[in-house]
Design a protein around this ligand. Structure first.
Ligand code: PEP
Ligand code: MN
Length: 338
């Protein structure tokens, strides 16, 4: 349930209303936007007497929210969420570029790629240390050592870092990580989501490859309901009947999810297509569809990459892509942050 608050309501009126709502065992999510102030009520709202609410001076209107996701819902927060992290702003008109290898492989590799993607215009460096591989015989990532190398690359370049967590027991190792990624395979690992909701670092939540938009948003609700409101959604392709691409990029999810939620939505064209040559067209299409950013796999020597070489582009290709990206962004309401 949502209460639209009248302009000019004073602190005492807020206090009285808050007390009344909390007595009913409900939680309040207050969003003071530029033009509207919205009070979202979370919990069992069936006991709320809407006639009493309507009679209060402070309440302008009452809306029932039928969707199961509340805090994530744009009805709860009409303005875009802007996530401020490491001097960058994600969402709300800023277009964010995250780039780097699928996996951290060595100190030389990650520092070279970090320097190159920074030069090409990336705002964040990505690189997996804990890798969720389909086969137990594939390269599993360098683990804690990989995280240390990623942090070295951060120190060397000043680029903030994004990396995947696979289990909450790894959380202590993530102290110097700027954004924690939850991979597609863990989108419904609810215990992990609860733990990430109880800490403050922003969470980049990938869509599961067989997840509906509603399931994806409910996973974001897990993090937000735990108290962490800094969630970035990432569309990374879903599984369809089409084998020519690794997944199928659900482009229509971008404008739709931006309508349904206030959270930033970024796109991973690398895992969505699985093919390096499709990364540029899918990136441009995502920007045109209203994405708030991209996360792209970049490797100095894709043919020798230990993971996902076929979908990794070179730093030169990234630089060329960024030039075209700015042209596409020119016809949208977003600009690449500097
Ligand atoms: C990744 O980003 O390297 C990754 C494993 O992605 P996803 O979870 O989308 O498959
Ligand atoms: Mn990968």
């Amino acid at each position: 349930m949502i209460l639209i608050i009248k302009n000019g309501a004073d602190a005492r009126q807020y206090e009285k209303l808050t007390e009344w709502i909390e007595e009913l065992g409900l939680k309040i999510h207050l969003s003071k936007g530029e033009s509207t102030t919205v009070m979202g009520l979370v919990g069992d709202t069936s006991r709320v007497d809407t006639d009493v609410l309507r009679s209060l001076d402070i309440v302008k209107d009452i809306l029932r929210v039928s969707e199961p996701y509340k805090k994530v819902n744009r009805k709860f927060r009409p303005d875009d969420t802007v996530i401020e992290v490491a001097g960058q702003r994600i969402g709300g008109g800023n277009f964010t570029l995250i780039a780097g290898p699928c996996s951290v492989e060595s100190e030389k590799q990650i520092i070279e790629v970090a320097e190159a993607v920074k030069k090409a215009g990336a705002h964040f460096l990505r690189g997996g240390a804990f890798k969720p591989r389909t086969s137990p015989y594939s390269f599993q990532g360098l683990g804690a050592d990989g995280l240390k190398l990623l942090i070295k690359a951060k120190a060397a370049t000043g680029l903030a870092v994004v990396t995947e967590i696979m289990d909450s027991s790894q959380l202590d190792l993530f102290a110097d990580v700027d954004i924690i990624q939850v991979g597609a395979r863990n989108m419904q690992n609810f215990e992990l989501l609860k733990k990430l909701g109880a800490q403050a670092k922003p969470v980049l939540l990938k869509r599961g490859f067989a997840a509906t938009i509603e399931e994806w948003l409910m996973s974001a609700e897990y993090v937000m309901s735990g108290g962490n409101e800094n969630v970035i959604l990432c569309e990374r392709g879903i599984r369809t009947f089409e084998p020519y691409t690794r997944n199928t990029l659900d482009l229509s999810a971008i404008p739709l999810v931006k309508e349904l939620t206030h959270l930033p939505v970024i796109v991973d064209p690398s895992h969505a297509s699985g093919l390096a040559r499709l990364v540029e067209p899918m990136s441009l299409a995502s920007a045109a569809a209203g994405a708030d950013g991209l996360i792209i796999e970049v490797h100095n020597d894709p043919a020798r990459a230990l993971c996902d070489g076929a979908q990794s582009i070179t730093p030169d290709k990234l630089a060329a892509l960024v030039k075209k990206l700015d042209v596409v962004l020119g016809v949208t309401d977003k600009r690449r942050g500097l």
